[in-house]
Design a protein around this ligand. Structure first.
Ligand code: HEM
Length: 209
């Protein structure tokens, strides 16, 4: 069953994911111009693209566990998913800069320094830049797979910062934000070598013979 599904997935070109991935953006643009974003369209757009960016980030992180535990092979689409995440997070930042805060630089710096969720979101965005610019075959062959993989481990702090950014928004904890944060932590834990971890704990708790 899973082999049939993997064979079907292999026949889907990666560009189809880019096209599908931009549909939510087009939908938001449509809602923006048709008045479908409510009384505060800028906030709704800002939040909308932020949430889609987070969804793509989490989807990218889920690709390896899906293969490891279910045998579902989506590796082919990982780059597209990661670049789409960067696209939406860049839009999120652009909406904040251009429409929300309207390039009022004094306020921009004050927000970045004083509001922890903005500081953390900015940290996540800055760490995403090297990931996005190295997500191509030219850089991969230039720096080699080992260094490339090491660099792309930046995905993990990005995910944690993004999850914390979301959780810190608002005066009260939002259930949805906490669910995302928990999901991110669980997905990150699946990347830890459990067998290694368990044997280390076992060695610690059992007396040496
Ligand atoms: C990886 C980077 C980031 C991700 C994944 C992300 C994601 C999110 C999410 C999911 C929301 C909440 C959406 C909702 O309420 O439904 C949000 C809100 C927001 N984010 Fe980000 N964000 C990121 C970076 C940034 C950056 C760099 C900035 C600005 C410097 C920023 C500014 C904001 C603002 C102003 C809000 C709205 C807060 C409010 O509701 O008043 N974010 N973001």
């Amino acid at each position: 069953m899973i082999n049939v599904l993997n064979a079907k997935l292999r026949s889907i070109p990666a560009w189809a994911v880019y096209i599908l991935g931009t549909l939510p953006f087009l939908w938001l643009v449509y809602l923006l111009f048709s008045g479908g974003l409510g009384v505060d369209p800028v906030k709704a757009l800002e939040r909308g693209v932020g949430l889609i960016g987070l969804k793509f980030l989490v989807a990218g992180l889920a690709i390896t566990p899906l293969r490891k535990f279910l045998g579902l092979n989506l590796l082919k689409f990982r780059r597209a998913v990661g670049l789409l995440a960067f696209f939406y997070v860049s839009l999120h930042l652009t909406v904040w800069l251009a429409l929300d805060i309207q390039f009022f630089w004094g306020e921009i710096w004050a927000d970045i320094i004083k509001r922890p969720y903005i500081t953390i979101g900015m940290g996540a965005f800055v760490l995403m830049i090297p990931l996005a610019v190295t997500s191509n075959n030219r850089v991969l062959s230039k720096i080699g797979p080992v260094r490339w993989r090491r660099l792309h481990a930046l995905t993990y702090p990005v995910l944690i910062l993004a999850g914390v950014h979301y959780a810190l928004i608002g005066k009260v904890w939002q259930i949805q934000a906490l669910v995302y944060l928990l999901g991110i932590v669980i997905l990150l834990l699946t990347r830890v070598r459990f067998a290694k971890c368990c044997s280390w704990i076992w060695q610690k708790v059992t007396p040496a013979t």
